[in-house]
Each structure stands twice: as structure tokens, then as C-alpha cells.
Design a binder for this molecule. Sequence first.
Ligand code: PLP
Length: 385
Amino acid sequence: MRRIHLSRAEIGEVEERYVLDALRSGWIAPLGPHVDAFEAEIAGRCGVAGALALSSGTAALHLALLDAGAGPGTVVPVSTLTFAASVNAVAYTGAQPVLIDAQESDGNLDVDLVLEAVDTLRGEGAVVPVVVAVDLFGRCADYSRLEPGLAERGVKLVEDAAEALGASHGGRPAGGFGRSAALSFNGNKILTTSGGGMLLSNDEALLARGRYLATQARQPVPWYEHTEVGFNYRMSNILAALGRGQLERLDDMIARRREIRDLYDKHLTGVSGIRVLGRGGTDRDEDDNCWLTTIVVEGPDRDPTEHQTVADSIVGALNTAEIEARHVWKPMHLQPVHRHHRAFLTGASERLFERGVTLPSGVGLTDADVLRVIDAVTAHLEGVR
Ligand SMILES: *Cc1c(COP(=O)(O)O)cnc(C)c1O
């Protein structure tokens, strides 16, 4: 049986055309016209003044945090339910990450909790320059409440929009919130350059300083002159060309992921014992980019202690059926590398980790593939009921 993958990159004829152009143009030594054009196109798409193409989303977060004043002697509240990069980038700066729990409905940052954390930390005399909010699985955090709450407190916001290109919140595109935002174009993200990222901001000075730091902090003189330690963080012209090809197809790719989400929703919402993350109740997901669809095992018809066993067994059963499925991000406060950090917790992210299963969501899936996944999930649930 053909294996169904979680989120495979689809590279088409448009991408081939762009990359070939980059190769033939002679712009191999890393920067070039595709980098400038890719930056302008993404900035336009995300409704920000400018963008800086980088080697990874992690690099973008690192530069965003340095700009926002994260460093030794400061503390930075950050979502605990995320990929390690969000918290690693805080650690690179020498700041202390403080891990903040999620809201149960969609796994995004618990806004009341993070504001309470800022007040508590400040009350203890800590310096809290910035908060990092992650847009989980392609859905924006609740910026309608987070932005004013942080502004009131004079705390900056960095948006980790690595998973959220093409999503929006309250009519504003992901990547446009906060003082700056980071995108990722890693291999399984909704738009890929095989590896890459971008720093977005409305502040030209921030971007200019980021550009300088990302090119080894080289001074603008005719020889190699450096007055501080920089980084090698720029994106190459060839990868930017690939990104431009992908960007031409972004709307189609999001539309396909949404169809896949709708198909899962149609067949799995209402199945007793599970819900589709971010769907149902008062939740809306029309603003998601639908990067990954996740189901959560729950319901009163089962002892809560069994939810995790059931989620584990779904992942196992799908893998046996040649279907790649994954657990939700393991929260950072449970990770050996980050568990010593201070945390403000409600239990929500742990429950989502224990009970969540991320289903195949790539644009290359056919409806028949998705139905095969749905059948495997429902058949397995019948068996364990
Ligand atoms: C992928 C990802 C990153 C890191 O991006 P890279 O391009 O892999 O460095 C950061 N944060 C989140 C939430 C991500 O999913």
C-alpha cells in the first residue's frame, strides 16, 4: 500500500522555471535579484513595510529577539506548546525563557495567563522586554486581546508566524502582528524553500540592523571590517527563486489544505470521542491556512486517563496502515532541555500533547487518501470503544 505522508512538499513546473532562471542567471554567490523580489513579494502578502530573507525561521526569531531587547538579565515569556525553535531562539540571546500554557480550544497562547505572567514577573522585579506568541498549526494567536494587553504594559510582541503564512486574524495577515514576525520556509511548512525563513517588520531600521547582523556584521567599507560579532544568516538567490515559485501557488495550496480540513471535519466532527482542533463550538477557522489538521481525543464516554492511550493507539494504528500521523508538539516545559525554566501552566498543553493526533494534511493528498485516513481512524475508534 502506498504510504501517506504527513505534509510533503509539492514542487511543480513553476518552481522549476524559477530555479532554472536563478541557476542560468549566474547569481549563485548567495544574494541576488530573486532574494530582493522574494522579500518584496512576501512583505506585500503579509501587509508589512519590509522583509529580510534568511537561512531559517530560527534565525529570524533570533534577530527579532535581539532587536526587542532580549538578552542576559531579561526574561521572555513564550508559548510552551510549540516547536523547540521558538524557545531555543530565546536561549540564544542569553535571556531566560518563561514557558506559558495554551488555551484548550486551539492550542494557541493563553492570553490571560501570559498577561498575568508579565505582571507577576515584573512585580518580582524582572525585566520583561518582549513576549513571543506562536501561531500554532497555521492559526493566529488571539492578537485582538494580546496586542492591546501587551501595549498597555509596554511589552513588545514578536510573532512566531513560522507555521502561519497565509493565515489571518481580524482581517490582518499573519506576519503583520507585533514589532516583528518570523516566517519559516522549512521542508514541511506550507511554503518551502527547502530551508529558509524571513523576518518581517514595519520598522525599516530594525530590518536594516537585521540585514547587517545577518551578513557577519560587515561594515560598509571596501575591505572586510567588523566591529561586532555577526551571523551568517542570509538566504541564497537559488532558494529565494524556489520560494517565489511556491508563492505563486500559495493560494492554491491553502485552498487544497482547506478542502482536506473540510473533509476531515465533515467525517470526523460528531464522531464520539474526538474533536477537530480549532473546530466546533464557537471556534472558527476560516482564517487558518489549514497547514496541519489535528484531532483531539476527548469526551465523557471515556475515563480521562484513557485519552492518552487512545491517542497513542491511533498513531500506532495509522502507522501500521502506512499512514504517517504524529503527536502534537511535546510542550517545552516537558522537554529535558527546557524543563528547568519557569513556567505558568494550566495543564491545557499537556492535555493536548497527550490527546492530540496530527493527521496527513499535505497538498499532494487526493480525496481518496484523506478518506483512507478517515476510515482508518473511525475503524480504530470502533475497535477501542
Ligand atoms: C518550523 C518552526 C520554526 C523554525 O523554523 P526553521 O525554519 O525550521 O528554523 C519556529 N517556530 C515554529 C513554531 C515552527 O513550527
